[in-house]
Write a protein that binds this ligand. Structure first.
Ligand SMILES: NC(=O)c1ccc[n+]([C@@H]2O[C@H](COP(=O)([O-])OP(=O)(O)OC[C@H]3O[C@@H](n4cnc5c(N)ncnc54)[C@H](OP(=O)(O)O)[C@@H]3O)[C@@H](O)[C@H]2O)c1
Length: 254
């Protein structure tokens, strides 16, 4: 929304006011929407902060994770079994799983470091995993009324934004995940007219994930990231489905 208003020539003050009014207008929608939520990867830094924030907001939160429930997103039988136990409808399903280092393979600095193993490991965790979750979790969204499926991607998965290269396997797996989310959103719209299905970039967040890699990037605490991401979801409607948003609610280039 912000970028559309800017393109239409609105100054920053006007953009801020319109976005604030729109967020307030949708506030009741998101409160209803978050009545029952399902968090996959609730053991992670961002996943646990999202869980805590939603619980504070009074949502009934169901959590699933590898460490607490043995859910391995790379194994379809495991995904099917875990999600098969989830009953009823969830207005918000949030996937917070992912890894930067898989099977000991660090993100590549140069093409010569790319191996079939590093690529397949990244695809398994960062693309196939959330895709299998989508396959088995989207039927849990209500067909009527607002609902949301969101998965954590990463800005480095953006081809349009890639100016420094490197991190080949992780970037590529996230780019592939973005395509899955975009395609699934198109299919979902046919049966769930009010649903939103999006990829999110959380910013650089101080979790185990970034402990070695944040470098000189400004990091935020998981609680702040959770607040930002839920605020972004509050501002989205069905017309925003199938897109990729950062923690500020700005659309990220594919
Ligand atoms: N932190 C950042 O700055 C940042 C930036 C951009 C994008 N992201 C994205 O945000 C997501 C979460 O990051 P985070 O910082 O919260 O990381 P984190 O603290 O390391 O948490 C990772 C989560 O993924 C789960 N997981 C990993 N492999 C799994 C598997 N095979 N099956 C099931 N669960 C699995 C972990 O489960 P267990 O711990 O239970 O094993 C944990 O819940 C990732 O997708 C990441 O790409 C993060």
């Amino acid at each position: 929304m912000r970028s559309t208003l800017r393109k239409e020539g609105c100054d920053e003050k006007t953009v801020f006011s319109i976005v604030a009014v729109e967020a307030a207008r949708r506030a009741s929608t998101i409160t209803d929407m978050a009545h029952r939520t399902l968090i996959i990867g609730a053991s992670g830094g961002i996943g646990s902060a999202i869980t805590a924030k939603l619980q504070d907001n009074g949502s009934e939160v169901t959590t699933l994770s590898r460490s607490a429930d043995g859910l391995d997103v790379t194994d379809e039988a495991s995904v099917k079994a875990a999600l098969g136990k989830a009953t009823g409808e969830y207005q918000l399903i949030f996937v917070a799983t992912g890894a930067l280092v898989v099977g000991g393979a660090e993100p590549e600095k140069a093409l010569k470091e790319v191996t079939a193993q590093s690529m397949s490991g990244q695809f398994a965790v960062n693309c196939i995993g959330p895709s299998l979750v989508m396959k088995h979790a989207l039927p849990l969204l209500p067909r009527k009324g607002p609902s949301c499926f969101a998965a954590l991607s990463a800005r480095v998965g953006s081809i349009g934004d890639n100016k420094i290269g490197g991190w080949y396997s992780y970037r590529t797996a996230k780019a592939a995940l973005n395509q899955m989310i975009h395609s699934a959103a198109i299919e979902l719209k046919r049966t769930h007219r009010e649903a939103v299905c999006v990829a999110l970039h959380p910013g650089t967040v101080a979790t185990d994930f970034t402990a070695k890699y944040a470098g000189r990037h400004k990091t935020v605490e998981p609680e702040e990231a959770a607040h930002n991401l839920l605020a972004v979801l509050e501002g989205l409607g069905p017309d925003d489905s199938g897109k990729f948003y950062d923690w500020q609610g700005e659309q990220v280039a594919w």
